[in-house]
Design a protein around this ligand. Structure first.
Ligand code: URP
Ligand code: ZN
Ligand code: ZN
Ligand code: ZN
Length: 473
């Protein structure tokens, strides 16, 4: 059935204007003033913004990690994402050394099919680079539309790859048109610092942060950026948490390297003192990289504002406090890393960013949606509001005030790291390809309505000066 969103204010990465949006066959078919739309179902957006659906470029749904499996799966995770105003997620498909890539991809299809309520794609982890992998990569790109690869520089003896693997992945990505993503922390140095802490009997959650200082993130970020320049390739640094890493990304971009950086809501709002909460509660705030001293938050916000960082991912990887996080009682290295963020990513950016004057409304749309679509081969099908694009739309009330809480969130995890934080703004109605997923704050979607997205190859590239182009696109 035809739908029309009336009386709202459309916001894209570049424009803010009042118009009606007509939706037919899952696409936006017309945008204009006072559209005559006999027979269309009317969605009244008076006093509300209409945003392109959020694109979360970084999730780990139902992922085996740290001796357990992340709590939110493609069902609860995508429902919660939709409640928060996100209509696309790109999840990390983990691979196993020595096994064909296609096995891992099949495993991820099996996890997501018949569950996801919004559209989704996969990034592929590269744990080793050899002839078999090199042979399979072009097939994966063409047949599966997986055009971004993730290399972990940390998690020694689990996911960590060596510099040779990173470099060969960068070279291959350059040739094939892929984007290389890195978890940038120096895993070898972390291992040393962890052993030193444990030998001294330092086992509390705070030592998670103290054994992963900003220098190990800055060093790995700089190394990955240099190798990218050497390979003349392209790099996306996930979950940037600190000034040291921002500095390396900024420096690389100034040199004209094709390097991009993502941060996450937790690093913008929470700080290292949360790891010191009593009764093991600090475990709720264990991420890698860890939460930092508060002053880093200003650096991250400024970087988003200036374009030195370009995107916001949730790094959704949730674990219950009771029964999962507590695996690390008495040994911080056994605390599963990650948290439930997928639902609050857009709200936190809007409330802490736009409402507090740190970024503009159009930058907000770019950071939470448009830029992600462009970088990950989904633009313009996703990530904007224009005739012919998917009707992935969020009707957003910019004035409602609410308090984030596990009592009201839709994620499966038993706590919310933003518990008690006041935010302004909330998604009211969310459409995925023209179908209601959330209607007047109620879930009305169907499991499996989300479609798998085959993504295009990597295209965008900054100009020589890197940053200036970001301001003009
Ligand atoms: O602590 C985190 N970030 N958990 C998820 C896995 C990863 O490293 O992104
Ligand atoms: Zn028209
Ligand atoms: Zn990571
Ligand atoms: Zn992650």
């Amino acid at each position: 059935m035809k739908k029309v969103i009336k009386n709202g204010t459309i916001v894209t990465a570049t424009d803010t204007y009042q118009a009606d949006v007509l939706i037919e066959n899952g696409k936006i078919s017309c945008i204009g003033q006072n559209l005559a739309v006999g027979g269309a179902e009317v969605i009244d957006a008076k006093g509300r913004y209409i945003f392109p659906g959020g694109i979360d470029p970084h999730t780990h749904l139902e992922m085996p990690f740290g001796g357990t499996v992340s709590k939110d799966d493609f069902e609860t995770g995508t429902i919660a994402a939709a409640f928060g105003g996100t209509t696309t997620v790109i999840d990390f498909c983990l691979t196993n050394k020595g096994e064909p890539l296609k096995n891992a991809i099949q495993t991820w299809h099996a996890k997501s099919k018949d569950k996801a309520v919004i559209d989704y794609g996969f990034h592929l982890m590269i744990g080793e680079m050899n002839e078999d992998v090199l042979e399979e990569l072009p097939v994966v790109m063409d047949e599966e539309g997986i055009t971004s690869f993730k290399v972990f520089m940390a998690y020694k003896n689990v996911f960590q790859a060596d510099d040779g693997t990173l470099f060969r992945t960068l070279v291959a990505a350059k040739e094939l048109g892929g984007l290389v993503m890195v978890h940038a922390e120096n895993g070898d140095v972390i291992e040393y610092l962890i052993n030193e802490a444990l030998e001294k009997g330092n086992t509390d959650p705070i030592y998670h942060a103290l054994t992963r200082p900003p220098e190990v993130e800055g060093e790995a970020t700089g190394r990955a950026a240099q190798l990218t320049g050497l390979a003349n390739s392209q790099l996306y640094v996930v979950h940037v948490s600190c000034a040291e890493a921002v500095e390396k990304i900024t420096e690389a971009r100034r040199k004209g390297y094709d390097v991009w950086g993502e941060t996450c809501p937790q690093y913008l709002v929470l700080d290292q003192t949360y790891l010191e909460k009593p009764d093991f509660e600090g475990a709720k705030y264990v991420w890698s990289p860890p939460l930092r001293e508060k002053w880093h938050q200003d650096v991250l916000w400024n970087a988003l504002k200036n374009g030195d960082l370009q995107t916001l991912g949730s790094d959704q990887c949730s674990f219950d406090f009771n029964g999962q996080k507590d695996l690390g009682k008495g040994d911080f290295t056994k605390i599963p890393n990650g948290g439930p963020i997928i639902e609050d990513r857009v709200s936190i950016l809007f409330s802490e960013g736009v409402k507090k004057g740190r970024i503009t409304l159009n930058q907000f749309v770019d950071i939470m949606s448009t830029r992600n679509a462009k970088l990950f081969g989904l633009y313009p099908q996703k990530g904007t509001i224009a005739v012919g694009t998917d009707a992935d739309l969020v009707v957003f009330d910019p004035n409602v005030e609410r308090t984030i809480s596990a009592n009201t969130h839709h994620m499966a995890a038993d706590y919310n790291p933003f518990e008690g934080i006041q935010v302004t703004g909330e998604a009211v109605t969310v459409l995925s390809r023209g179908e209601f997923v959330i209607r007047d704050k109620q879930f009305v979607g169907t499991l499996g309505q989300g479609q798998y997205l085959k993504r295009a190859k990597y295209q965008s590239k900054p100009t020589e000066t890197g940053k200036s182009q970001e301001l003009t696109i």
